[in-house]
Design a protein around this ligand. Structure first.
Ligand code: ADP
Length: 160
């Protein structure tokens, strides 16, 4: 059985994240979506809210688990017998960051593979920070977040 890990901030989950999740679940027997809990990174949605939003979008599935981690991603991966980390690649600008973090993670835990899934072109310029910014100013985020969480995300961003 092959297990993959999709780590991220998911502040909040977007249709771009969902695209990567959908592809990963087709490739692996078990998928762990894990929300990064980093006290130094200020998020709009709390850890619990971010996990709840993902669960609402993914639904009950025996092959998908929604968790969180703090500390090093490689430590979490090792402890949970993850075979492969899945990351999404958008524009070229993602490459440099991913290249650096991928190389460091490989040094820390050489047995762990990282694979990069290219996003659909229509999501290539979508990021959670864009969603936060557009939502904060009352712009239309309907096509940017999954429909199950649209109202909740919109309301929270407007109140920020
Ligand atoms: P963001 O940069 O949107 O805040 P996260 O830190 O939550 O994203 O990233 C989690 C993972 O999802 C990363 O691998 C990131 O590259 C990927 N990702 C985020 N947005 C998209 C998108 N629009 N298309 C493909 N992958 C994405």
């Amino acid at each position: 059985m092959k297990t993959c890990l999709i780590p991220g901030s998911f502040d909040p989950i977007t249709v771009g994240h969902l695209d990567i999740i959908d592809r990963a679940t087709k490739l692996f027997d078990h998928t762990i979506i894990s929300v990064m809990h980093n006290v130094k990174k200020k998020c709009i949605f709390t850890l619990e809210e971010r996990m709840e939003l993902i669960k609402k979008v993914v639904g009950e599935r025996p092959d998908v688990e929604v968790t969180y981690f703090d500390g090093l991603m490689v430590d979490y991966a090792r402890a949970h017998h993850v075979d492969v980390v899945v990351r999404g690649l958008r524009a070229v600008s993602d490459f440099e960051y991913e290249f650096q973090i991928g190389a460091l993670n490989h040094q820390l835990y050489p047995e762990l593979e990282t694979i990069y899934l290219m996003t659909e072109t229509k999501y290539a310029f979508l990021s959670a920070s864009m969603v936060r910014e557009i939502g904060y100013y009352g712009g239309n985020i309907r096509d940017l977040v999954p429909p199950q969480i649209y109202d909740e995300v919109r309301e929270k961003l407007l109140k920020k």
